[in-house]
Design a protein around this ligand. Structure first.
Ligand SMILES: [Zn+2]
Length: 111
């Protein structure tokens, strides 16, 4: 297998996405947080683990503004393990209820 450049890899990924056969669905696993799986040509994407990670992280920043970035990451990881598969799914359902669509933001606009 020759070494592929990043532009070549990006083209391959875009072409794979264009082929479709991609489903967004929750993937249950009692032991692991599964973000995606490939079965032959069929791909399932589960956005829940990454959404939960970001959501918990930002909620901890909001509630504990004095916590350092590394401590927020540490506590987020621990809380994800504590909540487990079912707890994370419930947390994401709660998030889905309150979230609002917004415009793209730039970090340069942040205070
Ligand atoms: Zn952070």
């Amino acid at each position: 297998m020759p070494h592929l450049s990043l532009p070549e890899l990006a083209d391959i990924v875009r072409n794979e996405i264009k082929q479709g056969q991609i489903t967004e669905a929750y993937i249950h696993d009692p032991a692991f947080f599964v973000a995606g799986m490939t079965e032959g040509q069929r791909v399932t994407i589960n956005p829940v683990p990454d959404t939960a990670d970001v959501c918990i992280h930002e909620m901890l920043h909001r509630h504990f503004p004095h916590w350092s970035e590394s401590y927020v990451r540490l506590r987020t990881r621990a809380l994800l393990r504590y909540l487990g598969d079912d707890g994370i799914r419930r947390l994401c359902r709660l998030y889905d209820k309150v979230k609002k669509p917004g415009r793209a933001k730039s970090m340069e606009d942040a205070g």
